[in-house]
Ligand binder design. Structure first.
Ligand SMILES: [Zn+2]
Length: 222
């Protein structure tokens, strides 16, 4: 990073990001975490180099930013964090919607603490780098060789776990969706409409009709 770039980062981009995120601008570790998250992201050019750096030294600092594309990746991230460009891409928003409004309510039927359950998957199944500590930190960008994104992998894993829990409990997919009050995609619901089938099955007392089994937010997932 040349002097001009250093000034741009430390006097402009970093303070703006801190102000928007309500962070302490003297928190160097926070900034190093952001460098790490950006530079070790799947598909990033010098990922291995930066991973080694983190392993040997514990962090990446501004002095390690030498290549222009690394610098511009970090600058772009800081601008996003400052609210200058949209933080979340539409694909990511959609997947997070599914996790929050479809999968989490189903999971909550079978485990007492759905959030810690999801955090456990995150830790077990995904390499948790510095800067990646929540589901929202997972990348939604497809990985090299057309592999699904980290976030997509998480959704797949969570889906599998819920399926296993559901079978063990003895619920059908339909019953799970009715009980969790989420949209059901089974053939009968697709054909007759969800409320219709619910009445046919005599389970209307279990779910108040006014709930209508609609997603809890206005947004549609797809
Ligand atoms: Zn159904």
């Amino acid at each position: 990073m040349n002097k001009q770039q250093r000034i741009k980062m430390m006097a402009e981009l970093w303070p703006a990001a801190c102000a928007f995120q309500k962070w302490n601008r003297n928190d160097d570790a926070k900034r190093y975490d952001i460098f790490a998250r950006v530079l070790t992201a799947e598909g990033s050019a010098r990922r291995e180099h930066f991973l080694q750096l983190i392993e040997s030294r514990g962090h990446i600092s501004g002095n390690d930013l030498v290549h222009e594309d690394d610098i511009s990746a970090v600058f772009k991230e800081l601008k996003e964090l400052a609210g200058k460009i949209p933080l979340v891409d539409p694909k990511k928003k959609q997947l997070l919607w599914v996790v929050r409004n479809q999968l989490r309510p189903c999971l909550a039927l079978y485990v007492e603490q759905p959030d810690s359950y999801m955090t456990k998957i995150l830790k077990e199944r995904h390499k948790v780098f510095r800067g990646v500590s929540t589901i929202e930190d997972l990348s939604s960008q497809p990985r090299p060789d057309n592999k699904p994104s980290e976030l997509m992998m998480f959704v797949f894993t969570l889906n599998d776990r819920i399926d296993a829990l559901r079978s063990a409990y003895g619920d059908t997919g339909h019953m799970m969706c009715v009980r969790a009050r989420v949209k059901c995609k089974c053939a009968e619901c697709a054909k007759y409409g969800q409320r219709h089938l619910e009445v046919l099955a005599g389970s209307e007392s279990e779910v108040p009709l006014e709930a209508e089994l609609q997603p809890v937010t206005e947004e549609e997932p797809f």
